[in-house]
Design a protein around this ligand. Structure first.
Ligand code: HEC
Length: 94
């Protein structure tokens, strides 16, 4: 019985979190703020990875990974991604 309750509570939490990010408040990425966080936070554990180091697609995955490691909010993650995408040039492709 306790198990079932746990499963129900967990799935409610998951769905509410999911719907909040799909239907919830719209997040407007702020790339200037992203640049600040990128230079402050992303070098705490390793050298800065330049926007050109990864493709846009790979950055999306990597930022989900680093979001957890660095303890970023969804807003901060989107700010950094906006900064990275804006900083990429035609030459570095993808
Ligand atoms: C809490 C420590 C920590 C913080 C903060 C952190 N990283 Fe990482 N990062 C790691 C570790 C550990 C790895 C895996 C080992 C490596 O490649 O150096 C990694 C790897 C990466 C990679 C290689 C690809 C990958 O996903 O494994 C990229 C790109 C990256 N980090 C970008 C960032 C960016 C951008 C930020 C700032 C938002 C950031 N990191 C903040 C710990 C951290």
């Amino acid at each position: 019985m306790k198990k079932i309750l746990q499963v129900v509570v967990i799935s409610c939490l998951l769905t509410s979190g999911l719907s909040a990010s799909i239907f919830g408040e719209k997040i407007t990425p702020n790339s200037a703020n992203g640049a600040t966080i990128w230079s402050d936070v992303c070098m705490r554990c390793h050298n800065l990875r330049e926007p050109a180091d990864l493709s846009k697609r790979a950055w999306k995955y990597s930022m989900q990974h680093m979001r957890v490691r660095a303890g970023l909010t969804e807003q901060e993650t989107k700010d950094i991604l906006a900064f990275i995408e804006e900083s990429k040039t035609q030459e570095d492709g993808k």
